[in-house]
Structures are given as C-alpha cells and as structure tokens.
Design a protein around this ligand. Structure first.
Ligand code: HOZ
Length: 428
C-alpha cells in the first residue's frame, strides 16, 4: 500500500484523511506522505523515500528524531507503568527545570497540549484579574479553544477559515483583535476597554502566519501597556520555548511576561505542555485557588520522561547546541536570499534563530497583512519543488521552517542545492 492508496482509505473514515488539518496537503494540492519512521534529521515515508525533515513534528524535534537518550527514558518510564493519575518525582524535577529556565516562571502546571495550556492560562488570568476580555493578534494561533479561534493563524489561515464555525458569537465576543507589530492597535483597545482586559496573549515571534519577527520595541511596548492597565501579559512560547534559546523568546529578547505557555520541545515529542508564571497568578489555580483545571493524563510519566530527557540535554549543552543550530539556519537563510537575488524572485525571507519562512511577495513581511498578501500559487510550486528534491517542509505558506541540532553539514549542503533548484525552477 502506498501513500496515495492509504490516503484514499483514510479520507473515507477521517475528516480530510488526517487528525490535524494542515497535514492533509490541501493547500499544496498534493497527497500527504504517510510516515513509516524517522531518525535524526531524516523522515521516511511508506513509499520508501527518505527526506531531510524541516518540520520536526512542527517544532518538538530540536534534537532530531528518536534521540537515544530520549527513547531510552521513554522506554524505561513505560516499563514502570504508563499512567498513574498520581504525582511523581519526575514532575517536580521538570517543574524545577522550567522555573530555572523560563524567566517568568515561578510556578508550573503540566497539561497535555498547547491548546490546553493556553486555554488554562487564560482562565487563570481571568480568575486573577476578575476581568473577562482578552486581546490576541490577527494571524497568531493559540490552539483550538473557542475563544481563541478568532482571526487565527496556522491551519485556519491555510484553510481560509480564520473564524471557526461552531464557536458561539458570545464566546468570541470576549476576544479583542489587535494587529501584530502595531502598538497603536493595542493601545486603542486598552484605551477603549480600560480595566476590562484580563490578558494579552502573543506569540513573541509570530510563527503561525509564517514567521514574522517582532519589530524592535514591540514586545517591550506590550509589556508597558499591559502593566499600565493591570492586564496579564502571556507569551505563547509553544513554538519559541526552548528553541530560540534555552529560556525561549523571553530570554532571547529580554522581555519578561507574567505568564508563559510551553509545548512541543518541553514534551520531547510526547503530548505534554505547560502553563507557568508568577506565583500570585498561578496560586489562583485549583486546588490552591478557585480557577479549576484538571486532567487524568496531566504530568503523564512517559511524556514527562521524554521532556525531562530533552531538557537535560539542552541544558547541559546549551552553549554548544543553540549557536550550532543558528549557524545552520544562517547558511540555509543565505541560500534563500542568494536564490531570490539570483533568479529575481519576488520573495522575502524572515528568520529568527532556527525559525524561518520564505514569503512570495515583493515587499518585506512585518505584519499579518504582508504575510496574507503572499502568492500562494507560487508557494505551491516551490513546495512541490522542495518535496521532489526530498526536502520535507510544512505544506503551507503560514507555517515555519524548523532547523534542528540533528541536521548535518551534508543535510545543509543538500538543502542549499535544493533551494537553488526549487527557486530556480520557479523562474524557468
Ligand atoms: N498546529 C500545528 C501547526 N502550527 C499543526 C500540527 C500538526 O498538524 O501536527
């Protein structure tokens, strides 16, 4: 059975044949590759093709797939039982590591997904402030809870449904929308709603409308405005946490929010996520406070083992790992820039550390509107060109390209050649 055949079978019994929309490859008009296995920087489909993987499970695989220490930790934990619904020492250990790494973190709650982390962080912020409104940015994605599926990025943008059906208008009415990199749009909302806004949530580097870095002063401005109005500033670091640096975007940019949400890397490729923040806010969470949130699989021992093993490697070798990844990303970004110049392609390349995106547009991309204006037909052709050259990248203009520590110099050299080939073919 090949990917095409199994996809047809899957489409009969699963919406779009997948369990998460972007995987369906609809935006690029192709058949998704069904994966057989992955190791290091490579991913192998059931058709027997090896790809260099720049999705990395959409972020978690900063150390590469099936890293030995992580696999061993998972196997050992599994042998001791897969779920207890009771506290373990490893949960305390990982919470201490998170507090030590993440600048705003004084207390931690472990959950199962980024969606759950953000949903719970917002509930905690509302419980703490006694206010109802939240502010988010158009094109930022914070998971699929009702109140956040408003002008959303990622799969919603890819499928062109930024406001999901099935969300009662009354729920969405408490979500106010500002424009990323535009502090005036934020100030206007705070002036209008003064002491009614519980929290502002932001991806410190927008990475679900493609990658759009914060303009100098933007994150500092958010810190100032939220402090002035007594609202909780939440950095959604599901993508940037433990990626831009060991302390995430907050450490990278030197701006400390009141709360942070983490996912992906913190779970080492297993379903685990985190919300954390100042003690006075986190203590509002049950059982010490009145904000309820619970979960049978929260702090699951197998997921925690994977996260702990990953964080231990990152912490022990952070001075080597982050600069090394950055260097590889820099070489790849230069290959994009060179090909854009060489073939005179209307495209812009954005990069922050190991995250990057090429946008097919003739102007710099610093806002949602800039990103949204990209030529999606051109993206489709570019995507097919990369896939044909065995480079596995996100099948959407509105996602990130993830470089990891397992990418070898040889991978990087092959990727540089593939970029030249794929972009060159756009001109041909
Ligand atoms: N939310 C992810 C993209 N930003 C997609 C995850 C997936 O499809 O696995």
């Amino acid at each position: 059975m090949n990917s095409k055949e199994i996809f047809e079978r899957a489409c009969e019994i699963m919406p779009g044949g997948v369990n998460s929309p972007v995987r369906a490859y609809r935006a690029v008009g192709l058949t998704p590759r069904f994966i057989a296995s992955a190791k290091g920087s490579k991913i192998y489909d059931i058709d027997g093709i090896e790809y260099i993987d720049y999705i990395g499970s959409w972020g978690p695989m900063i150390l590469g797939h099936a890293r030995e220490e992580v696999v061993k930790a998972v196997c050992d934990a599994t042998m001791r039982g897969t779920s207890y619904g009771a506290p373990t020492v490893a949960e305390v250990e990982i919470a201490e590591m998170i507090n030590e790494a993440v600048p705003c973190s004084e207390m931690v709650r472990l959950v199962n997904s980024g969606t759950e982390a953000v949903m719970s962080a917002i509930r905690a912020a509302r419980g703490y402030t006694g206010r109802d409104y939240i502010v988010k940015f158009e094109g930022c994605y914070h998971g699929h809870s009702d109140g956040l599926l408003v002008k959303s990025g990622s799969g919603l943008l890819t499928e062109n449904v930024p406001d999901s059906a099935g969300v009662p208008a009354a729920f969405a009415a408490k979500t106010l929308i500002a424009q990323y990199n535009d502090l005036d749009s934020v100030r206007a909302l705070f002036e209008q709603h003064k002491d009614e806004i519980a929290a502002l949530i932001v991806e410190p580097v927008a990475a679900n409308m493609g990658v759009v870095p914060p303009k100098p002063g933007f994150l500092e401005g958010l810190r100032e405005i939220t402090s002035e109005y007594g609202a909780v500033l939440i950095f959604d670091e599901v993508i940037t946490g433990f990626r831009l640096s060991y302390g995430g975007a907050s450490e990278y940019y030197g701006v400390t929010p009141d709360m942070a949400t983490l996912g992906k890397i913190v779970g080492g490729g297993m379903p685990m996520a985190v919300y954390c923040g100042k003690k006075e806010i986190m203590q509002k969470v049950s059982p010490t406070g009145p904000v309820y949130q619970a979960g049978t699989l929260s702090g699951n021992p197998v997921a925690v083992a994977a996260g702990l093993a990953t964080l231990k490697i990152l912490r022990a070798h952070k001075d080597e790992i982050y600069p090394a990844i950055d260097k590889k990303a820099e070489i790849i970004a230069k290959a994009y820039a060179d090909a854009i110049e060489k073939y005179q392609i209307p495209a812009a390349l954005n990069r922050v550390g190991s995250l990057m995106s090429i946008f097919f547009t003739d102007h710099p991309v610093t806002s949602f509107a800039d990103a949204f204006g990209s030529d999606l037909e051109m993206f489709k052709k570019y995507f097919a060109g990369m896939l044909n050259r065995k480079i596995y990248i996100a099948p959407s203009q509105f996602e990130a390209f993830f470089v990891g520590y397992a990418h070898t110099d040889e991978d990087v050299a092959k990727t540089v050649a593939a970029i030249d080939g794929a972009l060159g073919a756009l001109k041909a």
